[in-house]
Design a protein around this ligand. Structure first.
Ligand code: ATP
Length: 244
């Protein structure tokens, strides 16, 4: 079916169609579509836009990545399918290592996602994954030169237990998650409550404009609770006026 460009939900339908295609290709897991649906619902509530507090979180994320000793971006199937080019842009600006980490992990999927990222200009860390995180399932698998050595790790669309495990290991975790109530959002050092394809270019953009003084101020102890509260206030405000 061809989606008519004048459909009011054209972009959303296009993204769904793209993700469904990536399920057929084995890049996105069927479960990934459900996760996307949850994200869409929260995006509706936030107004499908980058709020003021999300923009500040994005600036803070740029400051944290810029002052990191060994920054890493952890990419899963949904992130690769939605934002491979945006990941390439952020890697170029930040010099971060990009590694693939999957909940539904098979070597074949890791390879497919790596190829998709590389086709969009990302340099993907390869090597032998080891059980690095204190988790029982395959989300424990990561790369010693990537997550293993990271001080700051950006995890777009992460799940809560992996985020918690990374914090237990003493890592600074930046999450991108539209759901301010998720375990990931609450466990992260900093959560950007924004859609991943909007959030990544914003973080990349702040790389070139941030002043040293600003970096020093922003990077210390980000107030994650503030960013989550602001997102919920915005969602509440929109709900209260939804039928006006
Ligand atoms: P948790 O374990 O953290 O409580 P969960 O079970 O909700 O999380 P998953 O299903 O693993 O988490 O991950 C999906 C998360 O990613 C959801 O919180 C969803 O809101 C968010 N999400 C999905 N698509 C996007 C997107 N395009 N941009 C930003 N966030 C998204």
């Amino acid at each position: 079916m061809t989606i008519p460009p004048d459909h009011p939900r054209y972009r959303s339908l296009l993204v769904r169609e793209r993700l469904a295609g990536y399920v057929r290709d084995g890049v996105v897991s069927p479960e990934g579509l459900i996760a996307h649906g949850r994200g869409e619902a929260f995006d509706y509530l936030i107004g499908e836009t980058t709020t003021k507090s999300a923009a500040l979180a994005e600036k803070t994320a740029a400051a944290m990545l810029r002052s990191a000793r060994h920054p890493v971006i952890s990419v899963n199937g949904n992130t690769a399918a939605l934002a491979a080019r945006e990941i390439a842009g952020l890697q170029q600006a930040s010099g971060a290592i990009v590694e693939v980490n999957l909940f539904h992990r098979t070597e074949e999927r890791v390879q497919k996602i790596s190829r998709l990222l590389e086709a969009n200009g990302v340099t993907v860390l390869s090597g032998k994954a080891e059980r690095i995180l204190p988790l029982s399932h395959d989300r424990a698998l990561s790369y010693p030169e990537g997550t293993g050595n990271a001080d700051v790790i950006l995890v777009p669309l992460e799940d809560g237990d992996r985020c918690e495990a990374l914090r237990t290991m003493g890592k600074t975790v930046i999450a991108i998650d539209l759901n301010p109530l998720s375990r990931t959002a609450r466990m992260a050092s900093l959560t950007v409550v924004d859609e991943v394809t909007r959030a990544l270019p914003m973080i990349t953009g702040f790389f070139s404009t941030l002043q040293e003084q600003e970096i020093e101020m922003l990077k210390e102890a980000p107030d994650n609770r503030y960013f989550l509260t602001e997102a919920m206030i915005e969602m509440n405000r929109r709900l209260a006026h939804a039928l006006d």
